[in-house]
Design a protein around this ligand. Structure first.
Ligand code: GGG
Length: 357
């Protein structure tokens, strides 16, 4: 029996509704597998916790999470705590403290889901975005002086290190090789951003030379965003900086039907620290408590966790079950259906049991 300790952070808003759904599916997978069990340790760290304690997590939060095999997270951010406070108080310390420098987000139109792009089917939208997750535009370097005067000055420094840039671009090429993708596309903006982005391009082409069997191209982020809409079939792996990757993956989830489905893995590829699995979506305050949040982004993130822990067949089983459920029309309102979170979750669980027998 293989046992895994999972640190669970439901976080805010619909995170608290979809994380239990994801756990339920992990347990069903464990049950049908027979040799796989999860033990969960749940942490209430969130904006609500911040309102009581004045911080997003305790000072020894990372130490507590560090013993786990993986972190299963819902959503972070809620009105009442400024977004930069919640992000920098919880998600960013986890991503950086545990060197989760590769954020992997599949953009895949699942059969049974309709893309908002006319005439596009599952064969047209099937690529992976690799987002640099530890540096770039998400930096705490900069400052503000002469606040609230007409002379106010604000600076924000982007941080690109050779080590960080090389490792994420190499990761993208390695992933393309592993997943049999033909091409890696680099998101850049080296016409307007004249130090960091020409450096990014230089490193990209240097690493691309190490992979002669994989096509390489670079595209300015504005044109690339447009190509996601007009030519999604042209992409295999897309690699981008922290901010570009963040923006592209909301767009990617949208063209694949709904941000409610988008899944994400914050990986420490060396497995020295736990990796963190969370849906692309946030806390969605507008639908909290209605029971209609789409659990599939969380469930798919759980599948990515299974793959990372060495259970690729279990990942495939979950995806197959999700596709069967979508194909049968069991969908939450974001996908045009009427099903509730609990109904979709129960249908995926049933399908996993059926497929496993
Ligand atoms: N589950 C994703 C989530 O809660 N995201 C909140 C957020 O603000 N994310 C920004 C980011 O991923 O950089």
């Amino acid at each position: 029996m293989k046992r895994f300790e999972i640190a669970v952070i439901p976080g805010d808003g619909i995170g608290r509704e979809v994380v239990p759904a994801g756990q339920k599916i992990l347990d069903v997978v464990g049950e049908v597998h027979g040799g796989l069990r999860f033990r969960y340790k749940s942490y209430p760290w969130s904006c609500a916790w911040h309102l009581k304690h004045g911080k997003m997590m305790p000072d020894d939060g990372l130490r507590r999470l560090g013993d786990s095999d993986a972190i299963f997270l819902g959503a972070v951010g809620f009105p009442g705590v400024p977004d930069h406070v919640s992000l920098w108080g919880l998600l960013i310390p986890i991503r950086r403290g545990f060197q989760q420098y590769a954020c992997v987000r599949p953009v895949k139109l699942l059969p049974g889901v309709r893309s908002p792009l006319a005439w596009r089917g599952p064969k047209d939208i099937d690529f992976i975005v690799v987002r640099e997750n530890n540096e770039g535009e998400y930096s705490s370097m900069g400052g503000r002086i002469y606040s609230e005067t007409p002379h106010e000055v604000v600076t924000q420094l982007n941080l690109f290190t050779r080590r960080g840039t090389e490792r994420i671009i190499r990761y993208a090429f390695e992933l393309a090789r592993k997943k049999r993708k033909q091409k890696v596309t680099s998101a850049t903006k080296s016409n307007g951003i004249i130090f960091s982005m020409p450096f990014w391009d230089e490193v990209f082409w240097q690493i691309a030379r190490e992979y002669p069997g994989i096509a390489a191209e670079q595209m300015h982020i504005d044109a690339l965003a447009a190509r996601f809409v007009t030519h999604p079939q042209n992409f295999g792996v897309v690699v981008g900086s922290n901010l570009f990757g963040d923006i592209l993956t909301d767009l990617g989830a949208a063209i694949a039907g709904s941000i409610g489905i988008g899944a994400s893995a914050n990986l420490n590829p060396e497995k020295k620290y736990p990796s963190c699995f969370e849906p692309v979506h946030g806390s969605a305050p507008d639908i909290v408590g209605k029971g209609i949040a789409n659990p599939l982004g969380q469930i798919w993130s759980g599948a990515l966790m299974l793959e990372h822990l060495g259970f690729a067949a279990a990942h495939d089983l979950v995806l197959k079950a999700m596709i069967a459920v979508l194909d049968a029309g069991v969908k939450t309102p974001d996908l045009g259906g009427k099903a509730r979170t609990a109904q979709v979750t129960a249908a995926v669980a049933r399908e996993i049991r059926r497929l496993a027998h």
